[in-house]
Design a protein. Structure first.
Ligand SMILES: [Zn+2]
Ligand SMILES: [Zn+2]
Length: 218
């Protein structure tokens, strides 16, 4: 099975071009993956017409570029998911995202992208290649998922996710019943933000409210 290796090499080629603005070369492959299999993997990629060689330079074909973009997209979305939703620390995030990306099929990738509100950049600040879902979302003028702070009094929404990195804060919010899926209504914004959840009214600090993402009920 060279498939995960191929994805890894595609990812490296793409990142190399992104970072240095030039093509990767044949000898780099054995630095990226186990040199024992580097040649076999490259041969496989040539056979599958993902790349072709120009002297010792590796050139992505249209198919190869498309596939590489998908791998990058999955990787960077996985990073966002791990960081924003699961609040995983930076060093763990890097290795987990690499493992994770290989398990994401198109459907799951689209769901994650939509859940995260079609993010443009990964936590490292690099661009996430957009998918079809992102193009479609652009046409909708009102974003589906937005920060609780952006709602106006009287507006109703459901909690989509909470991005806070502070676990105690997250625990406190969930113990108050503020969980993904909870329906809320903005009661007032001045002098303090107060939201209504069922029978309960809850005053929230601005910096907490900023971390709470909601989906508007239309
Ligand atoms: Zn990243
Ligand atoms: Zn998207």
């Amino acid at each position: 099975m060279t498939e995960p290796k191929i994805e890894e090499v595609l990812e490296h080629i793409w990142t190399h071009e992104e970072e240095f603005g030039k093509r990767a070369s044949r000898d780099m492959v054995s630095q990226w993956i186990d040199p024992q299999v580097a040649d076999a993997v490259l041969q496989d990629m040539l056979r599958q017409k993902l790349v072709h060689m120009y002297n010792s330079l590796i050139v992505l074909t249209a198919t190869g570029r498309k596939e590489a973009e998908q791998v990058i997209r999955r990787h960077r979305l996985a990073e966002r998911l791990l960081k924003d939703i699961l609040a995983v620390k930076h060093d763990t995030m890097d290795s987990s995202a690499c493992e994770f990306e290989h398990f994401l099929n198109d459907e799951v990738t689209t769901s994650i992208c939509t859940l995260l509100g079609h993010p443009v950049r990964c936590p490292h600040g690099k661009l996430i290649p957009p998918g079809e879902c992102c193009q479609r979302a652009k046409k909708i003028l009102r974003p589906l998922v937005l920060s609780l702070l952006e709602l106006t009094p009287g507006e109703e929404a459901k909690v989509a996710y909470i991005t806070t990195e502070h676990h105690p804060r997250l625990d406190r919010l969930s113990s108050m019943g503020l969980l993904p899926g909870t329906a809320i209504r903005v009661h007032q914004k001045q002098p303090t933000l107060v939201i209504q959840m069922g029978e309960t009214q809850l005053a929230l600090d601005e910096d907490i409210a900023r971390d709470i993402y909601v989906r508007r009920s239309h």
